[in-house]
Design a protein around this ligand. Sequence first.
Ligand SMILES: O=C(O)CCC(=O)C(=O)O
Ligand SMILES: [Fe+2]
Length: 299
Amino acid sequence: EWPQVVPGEAEVQRRKQLIHQSAERKAIIASRYKRKHPEVYVLQDSFLAPEFLEIVSYCTSPDAHLDGLLRYTESFSDKRIYRLPVFTEEFCRAFVEELENFEQSDMPKGRPNSMNNYGVLLNEIGMDENFITPLREKYLRPITALLYPDLGGACLDSHKAFVVKYALHEDLDLSSHYDNAEVTLNVSLGKDFTEGGLYFGDFRQVLGTFLTWSLYIEVEHVGTQGLLHRGGQIHGALPIASGERWNLIVWMRASAIRNRLCPMCNQKPELVEAEGFGDGFTESAEDDVPETVDLCSLW
Ligand SMILES: O=C(O)CCC(=O)C(=O)O
Ligand SMILES: [Fe+2]
């Protein structure tokens, strides 16, 4: 995910190929995978913590404002990192069981991103359409509209969603990075684990280089609860000491923001066509309605 050099045609082809392979895995999974908990693929209010529904209801009320919302959430330093209840325990249990069932199956599996080796890409198992998209549009967007208006919080129009898994003989931690997202949601799904908190540093430098001396703050994961942070906030995960940690990560994108400046290369994106949500860019057709979703070819 790191913008080291401007990639050439070969790199663009490689990334298009990855998208194509992902679509192939998705088709195989759709036709052959036997779901253990089919109900978890369709978002229902009963999966959501009552306090989360209350927050959403506040945020959709006509005179909702930021200070009002902040009464419902925990804030960490001045970095615009917030914790809030998201799911019920029963839902988290069923969801993790479904993911373990998939993990143990002989289905083809992609990696969540270039740094996590274990976990599940939710679009490949068919959870985007009736779970993550409505979660983003109906529940998260009213919240992010108040928290991150400057980052397109009111118009997050695509996402990349995956689950990461940490265990003793698998990945233990995650090094420092920023996400290819305007806003990220990270929900702790369990199971039982010790240590494994997140640390947050500065916002990515618009001019490139990272500060080397920055102060990090640590934020613990709390089961069933979610953290919202700016995708560009530099962060990483500390090693777990025991148990297994599963987290739902939703990288949310606002085409209105990234079409102007690609967050990975800090330039006006040069777009190439993609399938699915691509990297969340859009290109306008003649009537100005966004038509295609695209990858930036510069990073
Ligand atoms: O392990 C975590 O909780 C964070 C994962 C993360 O930052 C990412 O996948 O982008
Ligand atoms: Fe991240």
